[in-house]
Design a protein around this ligand. Structure first.
Ligand SMILES: *Cc1c(COP(=O)(O)O)cnc(C)c1O
Length: 377
């Protein structure tokens, strides 16, 4: 059994993907071929954003938004403590300071209550200037953007949706990657919509910021390629990746999203009586980047992981270390008691195999082994 079966997906789409890859090779339009602009149009339409700007990866996508917003030294950007390193790394990369905020145990996403406390504290301290919030759609579930939007407006902050894991999710009829002032995603192979290498995208409605980001994407270009009017980066999506994504996007819409939601329902049905299964609040829809259980303590979690491994069932711990404890951020000052939930989650979570090609017999086997372990624990 695979944790995320990319080979099964390739087998299902092989003929079309091979044809698309060969077409790019024979056309020779490797950088900014027509497939890139086509994909951007398709993704923008699906998400419900005016602009989609593809780029080299999800980390650059976040960085380019912060660059376009002029985030710099002395600025505070609020980031959940329970997320992948890149969500906070990009803030420090711009010279600004990430301020980590604890999450809700029920959704794994940033706690709005703790966020307001952190904003008030930073304002009172008067050292950093609060500028933006990066809210992450962790494990595929959109953050609570109804509340986050209000908090951002109340405090005059920009809101960035890190939808690297959230693409395909929804709040009522509004899709992930359409929330806040800008949103980003990643096409890293294991993300809900992945390519065959690195890739990413930015979604937004504001024309001016979109133009700025398109310039930043290609060395701060002005009216033409060798006219450079600002310091930018080199962060384009390869034509080859765009061609692959166009096909994978069709499968994603047609059946993959349904398939992961079906798998999640099956897991929860079989496991919710023995262990804490993930909650999807009313009106929310997840793209199930991960299916994550919460165990009682670290000993029980680590024991379950070993027991599954013995039976040949892969599992992962996302994430074993809170952001505020990462060595790279140790120069920022923290109070340990502000991160109670994240610290507990890092000890107690485990993610089970999850992908659109998971078979019923695989789900049944995983559930049987989880139950066996917990009943004998
Ligand atoms: C994967 C991920 C990123 C970074 O995306 P890359 O394409 O790997 O650079 C950023 N934020 C979150 C939450 C992620 O999971």
């Amino acid at each position: 059994m695979e944790f995320r079966d990319l080979k099964a997906q390739y087998v299902a789409l092989k003929d079309k993907i091979d044809e698309a890859m060969l077409k790019v090779a024979s056309q020779g339009n490797f950088i900014m071929g027509s497939q890139v602009a086509e994909l951007e149009k398709q993704l923008a339409e699906y998400v419900g954003a005016k602009h989609c700007i593809t780029c080299a990866n999800g980390t650059d996508a976040l960085s380019m938004v912060l660059m376009a917003w002029g985030i710099q030294e002395g600025d505070a950007v609020f980031v959940p403590d329970f997320t992948f390193f890149a969500s906070g790394e990009v803030v420090s990369f711009e010279g600004a300071s990430p301020v980590f905020v604890d999450v809700e145990e029920t959704t794994f996403n940033i706690s709005c209550e703790k966020l307001e406390q952190a904003i008030d504290r930073v304002k009172k301290e008067g050292v950093l200037t609060p500028k933006a919030i990066i809210a992450v759609d962790l494990f595929g579930l959109p953050a609570d953007f109804d509340k986050l939007q209000k908090i951002a407006e109340k405090h005059g902050l920009l809101l960035l949706e890190d939808g690297a894991q959230g693409f395909g999710g929804k709040i009522r009829d509004k899709r992930a990657c359409s929330f806040g002032d800008a949103a980003t995603t990643s096409f890293f192979p294991a993300k809900p919509l992945g390519c065959y290498g690195d890739g990413g995208a930015i979604f937004l409605n504001d024309d001016h910021t979109a133009e700025l980001i398109k310039s930043i994407r290609v060395h701060g270009k002005g009216s033409f390629k060798y006219d450079n009017i600002r310091i930018g980066m080199n962060s384009r999506l390869d034509t080859l990746q765009a061609a692959i994504l166009q096909l994978k996007f069709e499968a994603f819409k047609d059946y993959e999203l349904d398939a992961v939601n079906h798998a999640a329902q099956e897991y929860s049905k079989q496991l919710q009586s023995v262990v804490k299964t993930p909650l999807v609040p009313d009106g929310f829809y997840s793209s199930w980047a991960q299916y994550t259980l919460i165990l009682k303590n670290k000993e029980q979690r680590d024991g379950l992981q070993s027991a599954l491994k013995e039976k040949g069932i892969p599992s992962m711990v996302y994430y074993p270390k809170p952001m505020h404890k990462q060595e790279a951020f140790l120069d920022l000052s923290h109070h340990e008691q502000d991160f109670e939930t994240t610290s507990r989650l890092c000890d107690c979570v485990i993610s089970l195999p999850m992908h659109p090609y998971l078979k019923q017999e695989d789900i049944d086997l995983v559930c049987t082994e989880v139950k066996n372990y917990l009943l004998n624990y």
